[in-house]
Design a protein around this ligand. Structure first.
Ligand code: GDP
Ligand code: IMO
Ligand code: MG
Length: 433
């Protein structure tokens, strides 16, 4: 896997992975989504200066040299898939013949989305999901009642196959529909839907695991684009306030069918402060003026749901947990520019739980209720840094902040992002990969 990269989030998502994937895909051959679905919102800035948000398609597709793959670990919403292709067309990006979907990718069906919304509305402790049907589609996958891309294609050719595959699912989901007072599932409408999207999806569906293995054997450069972040992972995140997929490097093999015997270079993206959308623990959250300032200056509103993001200080205890899990080789620090004008800057270096100091990220959700972050204060800076392109063009306080992160995490910083655009980047060790 010479030159191949994994870009993963080290917080609760929205670290700026989209921008980084866009920058790094300049000299990549493939960009691969391996987890999540249209719950992701990966923002890039187009040549005309406008924003574009990728939800389901690999962000690298913005570069014409890149082929996009949606791996089997993703859950694919066909409506969103075609809407996004259309949106890309309107900004002059054509993905014909360079976008591939695994035969084994599970499909998000309309009732998954309806039930996600209804469950959230009625639940006593909602997760604050994106209502994209993600959890419901993964639940069906695990309970062996899901529909895969290959099934969808087959269903569009063979209506008795379609009926048979969906019958028990419809029965089960109908019971939920009536419990949530959602009316009934219209079977013939659903069959039409399967027929339409199965036909449309057919040209994209292929054995992507073999495609990828061949590409890697011929030394093509592959970029694995993580969605969400380690703290939202189904196993390692703040369960149950998590998403339903594997969001770190451990998800790559399972989500693509590529053995990771020869490791990819793992780049962990860490925002210079912390944000979270939805419910769940957030030790360094600042609900007052500091949080408001970070939200306003950082434009911290959800790229998928437009919800205001919760904001707070950088949490290095959580970041270390995430970076060790991923075996991160290099760090990419984003949104450093947002901290300009704030001093002092607080950074959590340990937690206090029941009066005891610890640097272990808790497993038990109730531990977060009594947890107090222990901070170190660092000097801030006042100069705008958006136009810095070398480390030594940054104010010394900004360099100290970066050095502090690097030392705490024991991992080198390879890039620092200082603005939204492609060029607003400092490469600390020459070009990556
Ligand atoms: P992702 O989900 O990890 O791809 O991140 P999002 O796209 O959801 O959120 C990151 C937001 O920050 C987007 O609006 C980006 O355009 C923006 N962004 C990325 N890097 C930087 C940066 O270095 N500085 C600033 N000011 N904005 C950035
Ligand atoms: P990117 O890739 C931030 C959050 C939701 C909710 C929880 C479960 O842009 O970083 P889900 O709809 O997945 O069942 O919601 O996970 N969430 C994200 N938060 N960034 C994301 O993706 C997210 N994807 C899901 O807000 O708390
Ligand atoms: Mg996002």
């Amino acid at each position: 896997m010479a030159g191949s990269l994994a870009v993963v989030g080290l917080q609760w998502g929205d670290e700026g992975k989209g921008k980084i994937v866009d920058v790094l895909s300049e000299d990549c051959d493939y960009c691969v989504r391996f987890n999540g679905g249209a719950n992701a919102g990966h923002t890039v800035i187009l040549n005309n200066g406008k924003e574009f948000v990728f939800h389901l398609l690999p962000t690298g597709l913005l570069r014409e040299n890149v082929k996009g793959i949606i791996g089997n670990g993703v859950v694919l919403d066909p409506e969103q898939f075609f809407a996004e292709i259309e949106q890309l067309n309107t900004v002059g990006v054509d993905v014909s013949n360079r976008l591939f979907v695994s035969e084994r990718t599970h499909i998000v069906l309309p009732f998954h989305k309806t039930l996600d919304g209804a469950k959230e509305a009625l639940d006593a402790t909602p997760i604050g999901t994106t209502k994209r049907g993600i959890g419901l589609a993964y639940a069906d996958k695990a309970s062996r009642s899901g529909l895969r891309a290959a099934d969808l294609v087959e269903a569009s050719r063979n209506s008795s196959f379609a009926r048979k595959r969906l019958l028990s699912s419809i029965k089960e989901k109908s019971a939920l529909f009536s419990a949530y007072r959602l009316g009934t599932i219209n079977e013939s409408e659903l069959l039409d839907w399967l027929h339409r999207y199965g036909q449309m999806l057919r040209p994209f569906v292929t054995d992507t695991a073999t495609l990828l293995r061949k590409a890697l054997a011929s030394r093509k450069k592959v970029l694995f684009e993580g969605a969400q972040g380690a703290l939202l992972d189904i196993d390692f995140g703040t369960y149950p306030f998590v998403t339903s997929s594997q969001t770190g490097v451990w998800g790559i093999s399972a989500g693509t069918g590529v053995p990771l015997r020869r490791a990819v270079k793992v780049l962990g993206v860490l925002k210079a402060y912390t944000t979270r959308v939805g419910e769940g623990p957030f030790p360094t959250e600042e609900s007052g003026e500091i949080g408001k300032r970070l939200r306003a200056v950082g434009g911290e509103f959800g790229a998928t749901t437009a919800r205001p993001r919760r904001c707070g200080w950088l949490d290095l205890v959580a970041a270390k947990y995430a970076s060790l899990l991923n075996g991160v080789d290099g760090l990419i620090i984003t949104k450093m520019d947002v901290l300009t004008g704030m001093s002092p800057l607080k950074v959590a270096v340990a937690y206090e739980i029941d009066g005891k100091r610890t640097d272990t990220f808790p497993t038990l959700i109730s531990d977060f209720e009594t947890l107090k972050p222990l901070y170190e204060e660092l000097d801030g800076w006042d100069e705008p840094i958006n136009s810095a392109r070398r480390l030594n063009a940054l104010p010394k306080e900004a360099r100290q902040y970066l050095r502090f992160i690097e030392r705490y995490l024991g991992t080198p910083i390879e890039m620092v992002s200082v603005g939204m655009g492609r060029d607003a980047i400092i490469r600390t060790k020459g070009k990556q990969n």
